[in-house]
Ligand binder design. Structure first.
Ligand SMILES: Cc1cc2nc3c(=O)[nH]c(=O)nc-3n(C[C@H](O)[C@H](O)[C@H](O)COP(=O)(O)O)c2cc1C
Length: 312
């Protein structure tokens, strides 16, 4: 069983991917990288390309709607010689993304998706994959045209988040459509959406997918990879402290590699991650609300470490 960490903007930086890899994820994705921002020379966008030593295989995900921008992004990502695949995002439902014609704005436009994939493929020798949705809404399924677009463009894989764009990130996961996709596809299919326990994992595996992609369940509990694979997992306390160490490694690497960019100091860098992500490690333990309150006001790295010592 192949398990994949989903691309998750603001979460799947190198530090978190390394944690997921160590816990059994077979593949992880970068956060989505804006092709337009890269093409306009945004240096901070390149921070998303960073990998840490010791990470497992990483696919780079790009998004956009202009063939030239995507070709540029594909070229730049490939030149780094660190990614195992290049993924094209045609599924992000956030209004600010769709307004630009990116992400899920492409779900009703299989021909354009095809042309953009061709533009990407021309610039890379990496396997190119597509991540998308079954259609804009339940009354309009474009999935099989999107599959055709991916296959004729020469894609090496297809990931389906089996919820319609109109559902955003909630509601029913359409496993029937996923199973039909698997039947029709000539390329490997990765299934995604709502897998968070043994029962939801089993239901997705029954569709015949080649791999299962985990999103939010991995944010709240990265040890889910180990649990699904029957591997031993470190304690939450150990994971929390390890995550901080990897964030510090990433901060150091970014500061060295991008001396002209504003990379926050170690304390600031880790506190942003603490506010956004690391408090999940304390979920469900006694006093979690109070711990979260304290995490929101940390100023030095000694504080979360002390908190970990007192919480577990
Ligand atoms: C906070 C957040 C950030 C996300 N960022 C991305 C992204 O950068 N690229 C992408 O293709 N999907 C992104 N997604 C969608 C996930 O990759 C995944 O398709 C979705 O969460 C469904 O899987 P799940 O039910 O296991 O969470 C994001 C979802 C969330 C909740």
């Amino acid at each position: 069983m192949k398990l994949v960490l989903a691309p998750l903007a603001d979460f799947t930086n190198a530090a978190f991917r390394k944690i997921a890899h160590e816990l059994g994820a077979d593949l992880a994705y970068t956060e989505m990288v804006s092709a337009a921002a890269l093409a306009h020379g945004s240096s901070p966008t390149r921070h998303l390309f960073e990998m840490l030593p010791g990470e497992g295989p990483v696919a780079c995900q790009i998004f956009g709607h202009a063939p030239d921008d995507l070709a540029f992004a594909a070229h730049e990502a490939t030149a780094l010689k660190r990614f195992v695949a290049l993924d094209f995002n045609a599924g992000c439902p956030m209004p600010r993304i769709r307004r630009e014609g990116d992400g899920a704005a492409l779900v009703p436009k299989p021909q354009l998706v095809h042309d953009l994939l061709v533009a990407i493929k021309r610039e890379t020798d990496l396997p190119v994959t597509l991540k998308t949705r079954p259609g804009p809404s339940p009354d309009r399924v474009t999935l099989f045209e999107l599959l055709d677009a991916a296959e004729t463009a020469g894609c090496a894989g297809f990931t389906l988040h089996a919820r319609f764009t109109s559902q955003m990130h909630g509601g029913a996961v359409h496993l029937d459509l996923l199973a039909e996709l698997v039947r029709r596809a000539h390329i490997p299919v990765t299934g995604n959406g709502g897998v968070h326990d043994e029962a939801t994992l089993k239901a997705m595996l029954e569709t015949g997918v080649d791999a299962v992609m985990l999103g939010r369940a991995a944010i709240t509990n990265p040890a889910i990879f180990a649990a699904f694979k029957g591997l031993p997992a470190p304690s939450r306390k150990e994971l929390f402290l390890r995550h901080i160490e990897y964030l510090l490694d990433l901060q150091g690497q970014l500061s060295r590699n991008f001396p002209n960019d504003h990379v926050p100091q170690p304390d600031g860098f880790v506190s942003v991650a603490l506010h956004r992500h690391l408090f999940h490690y304390f979920r469900g333990i006694p006093g979690a609300a109070e711990i979260r309150r304290r995490l929101n006001s940390i100023r030095t790295l000694a504080e979360p470490r002390a908190l970990a010592e007192s919480a577990w």
